[in-house]
Design a protein around this ligand. Structure first.
Ligand code: SF4
Length: 170
């Protein structure tokens, strides 16, 4: 007999005919309605980060994150966040509007697949768009480091070790 399905049901348990009622603390304390305890459903926020891996004369640009969140003060590539994945065209357009990129990107551009990181309340998606520049962009707070030295900086989870560029046409 399935006790949970026939006697101690989640709704309207048959306590009157239950052989455990003498020992059941919920019954003895008149707290039947409080059980089973419903677990709060965690709402997971989905976030998409488009990381711009900007290179100029062999140096790579990173900056310290100032936003007040779990990554504050860590170093990261300049990035644009959106509520959904952006196409490369839309991303470059937004970056140009913010004056993060010159109007024309002549050099090679490559893009990684999407990486995912599951946190308790967030599902982070990260994609890396690598762009070689002929002129330094005017992004405040940028540090230009050699690829060897930036990988030693305390940074967000995504690092050079996961970087697998895929060529794209833009
Ligand atoms: S007495 Fe306790 S164990 Fe028995 S049916 Fe009621 S709640 Fe379930």
């Amino acid at each position: 007999m399935d006790f949970g399905a026939t006697i101690c049901k989640p709704v309207s348990p048959l306590c009157g005919s239950c052989v455990f009622k003498k020992y059941c603390q919920a019954f003895r304390q008149d707290k039947i309605a409080a059980y089973p305890v419903k677990e709060k459903k965690i709402r997971v926020k989905k976030r998409w980060f488009h990381f711009l891996v900007l290179t100029y004369k062999g140096k790579i640009a990173i900056r310290q994150r100032t936003e007040k969140d779990i990554w504050q003060e860590l170093y990261e590539f300049p990035n644009l966040e959106s509520g959904k994945p952006l196409t490369t065209g839309a991303l470059l357009k937004e970056a140009r509007q913010k004056k993060w990129l010159p109007s024309v990107v002549k050099e090679s551009t490559s893009i990684s697949p999407w990486y995912k990181q599951q946190l308790t309340h967030q599902l982070i998606h990260g994609q890396f768009i690598r762009i070689s520049l002929q002129k330094k962009p005017e992004i405040p707070g940028l540090l230009w480091l050699s690829e060897k030295s930036w990988s030693n900086m305390p940074s967000r989870a995504y690092s050079g070790s996961t970087w697998k560029p895929y060529k794209i046409a833009i």
